[in-house]
Design a protein around this ligand. Structure first.
Ligand code: FAD
Length: 577
């Protein structure tokens, strides 16, 4: 019982579980490697190194183990001892708030001492990198994907890059040459990532690679990293908020996308437009790049999820994702009723290729989901939904407040572009929880209808570390009759369900929940996926530093300490149990 509660508390600390956006603003790739975020990450590593060396890790294993309970044998044998020790060290470091708080400052000192930089990098690689990242390259991550698959866990594979928020408002210095190189590199790497995912599935999903079902290596993309400047997405969002006709019934900011959103690319810019001609050229290029990605994903049968980001990028991200869904999730035309009886049955994989991420912390989500389901039905395309709670709650609140309090919002530093008086996000955690769980029920009812032949086609991926939400998902699958309990009490799912529904957690986090879900379910292909980033140490350092620095919000609740205790208890049981 304590274990379950501990995991819940840990999850509360992960409000910013994903990188907000990316930044590649330096004048060369090598310069990028020494960017501010990189230095912050290294600082965290250096300080945390000291904590481990001071004996924080090993010395308390025994004491912590005394409080452990609730382990199962299968859980005990899943994770190698070396990985448990690493987990213990990482969460020990995350449990010491002052170390994390002061790590950026300490970094500068460490990296200015010859020899220490290399030591710190090596330490970060052995700890945070290996805990949360699959490898330096897509190929390097394949053994991790293999290992996960051997435990019947799939992967949501992602080339991890982050963007400097200062770029959103043009406050960062731009180096056009580097920006052009980097965003094209990210697009090219994403295409490569799709190929690596497809090659893995061709090898593993049966029928000599010809099977179209059970393919559970998907690819995630983050749009703000695929433009020279994220400011362009921001400006496009402003344009859309000002120009979209009101929805009926109304949908709170950031509203809902429309097929007409890209009309601006073929018309003259009005003089007061927030968009420049350079912006429209970059938007056009992004559209073309995304169509390349969609075409490759379709040809290789790899599903794509589009990450959700801050609300000030979301109108633009929604517009791009809708365009992709309308093109790549398009369903074959129905045969006329005269021929219907003789038509071959549809293959089980006519499910969405492109998934949009919905953040339950946004007030718009219930209305927006209903509108999306209706739009997919009338538009004749399959709806792909990835449901998460949302990673940027505190930044959304701060930005909204700053915009409301500024006498002239345009002169403030707030990034908020919401015209609504209320913040775009719910004010309390129970409101977000209620929204998430109501959305689970709505979406699974839609899955039931789809299996029964009622439009629209739908695929749903639930990204969460919340045990209660995961329990609800399993309960609903049973209640709706799209899964059944077998004689051992395991939740058994047919292919019609596993092609439409999956659950995911971040790699390196809440493995106990992932393992528990695997053990409580039975299906031919993975029902559980891990969000698995990869990239060179310097490239993923922002992601890592976020794991360390943002996890400090959990520390007040003791969440990281609980995860550490879990690993400690496991180590103790392996060595002496
Ligand atoms: C596979 C996967 C993919 C993800 N992809 C994305 C993505 O594309 N975009 C994205 O934004 N996030 C993404 N996330 C992160 C996700 O949004 C959450 O931040 C994270 O998972 C924590 O939420 P939870 O459901 O796991 O757990 P919980 O701990 O139960 O919920 C924490 C969440 O509750 C919400 N919350 C906390 N305090 C308050 C408050 N005072 N008022 C209102 N709400 C509050 C926040 O959303 C916070 O993240 C992803 C997570 C996973 C596992």
């Amino acid at each position: 019982m304590w274990f379950r509660q501990a995991c819940r508390r840990l999850v509360n600390a992960r409000a910013h579980a994903l990188p907000p956006a990316r930044t590649l603003s330096t004048s060369s790739r090598s310069a990028f490697r020494t960017s501010r975020l990189f230095r912050i990450g290294l600082a965290s590593g250096g300080v945390l190194t000291a904590s481990v060396l001071l004996g924080n890790a090993v010395g308390t294993i025994h004491a912590d183990a005394a409080h452990s309970e609730g382990k199962t044998d299968s859980e005990r044998h899943k994770t190698p001892l070396s990985a448990l020790i690493r987990t213990y060290a990482v969460y020990t470091m995350c449990s010491i708030p002052p170390l994390v708080d002061y790590s950026p400052a300490i970094l500068s000192a460490l990296s200015s001492v010859p020899g220490l930089k290399q030591f710190t990098e090596a330490f970060v690689r052995a700890t945070f990198f290996n805990q949360f990242v699959g490898g330096d390259t897509a190929e390097d991550a394949v053994p991790v994907i293999e290992k996960l698959r051997s435990d019947n866990i799939g992967s949501l594979f992602v080339y991890s890059v982050e963007v400097d928020e200062a770029q959103a408002t043009g406050q960062a210095k731009h180096d056009r040459e580097t920006e052009q190189t980097m965003h094209k590199h990210i697009v090219a790497e994403t295409l490569h990532c799709i190929d690596v995912a497809a090659d893995f599935e061709d090898k593993h999903s049966g029928n000599n690679g010809t099977s179209v079902t059970g393919r559970k290596t998907w690819v995630a993309i983050k749009l703000s990293a695929m433009l020279p400047r994220p400011e362009t997405l921001y400006n496009f969002s402003k344009h859309l908020v000002a120009s979209r006709p009101a929805a009926s019934p109304p949908i709170p900011f950031p509203g809902r996308p429309l097929p007409t959103d890209f009309n601006i690319l073929s018309s003259n810019l009005p003089p007061d437009s927030p968009l420049s001609s350079a912006d429209t050229a970059d938007l056009q290029e992004l559209l073309e790049d995304l169509r390349l990605i969609g075409a490759r994903a379709k040809a290789r049968n790899v599903r794509i999820t589009v990450d959700a980001e801050h609300s000030w990028y979301q109108p633009a991200i929604d517009a791009f994702t809708l365009a992709l869904q309308r093109e790549f999730n398009k369903l074959p035309a129905k045969p006329s009723s005269f021929f219907r009886s003789s038509a071959p049955s549809e293959p089980a994989n006519v499910q969405p290729l492109i998934y949009q991420t919905y953040q339950a912390y946004l007030r718009r989500t219930p209305g927006y989901l209903r509108q999306s389901i209706a739009a997919a039905r009338t538009g004749g395309y399959a709806l792909g939904v990835k449901l998460v709670r949302g990673a940027y709650h505190s930044q959304e609140i701060v930005s909204h407040e700053a915009a409301r309090n500024a006498s002239d919002p345009s002169s403030s530093h707030s990034l908020s572009i919401s015209p609504d008086p209320q913040p775009p996000v719910w004010s309390t955690k129970p409101e977000t929880d209620a929204c998430y769980n109501e959305s689970v029920v709505m979406l699974l009812q839609q899955v039931r209808k789809d299996i029964d032949g009622e439009a629209p086609r739908i695929g749903v991926f639930f990204g969460t570390h919340n045990w209660g939400s995961c329990d609800l998902i399993l309960d609903q699958l049973l209640k709706l009759g799209i899964a059944r309990k077998d004689e051992t009490g395991t939740v058994a799912m047919p292919v019609e369900t596993t092609e439409r529904v999956a659950i995911g957690q971040l790699y390196g986090m809440c493995d106990a929940l992932s393992n528990s879900l695997v053990e409580r379910t039975r299906c031919d292909s993975p029902f559980v996926l891990k969000y698995l980033p990869y990239g060179a140490l310097a490239e993923v350092m922002p992601y890592l530093s976020r794991r360390a620095i943002e996890n400090k919000t959990v520390l007040g609740n003791g969440g990281a300490a609980e995860e550490r205790k879990r690993a400690g208890a496991e180590i103790w049981a392996r060595l002496f149990g």
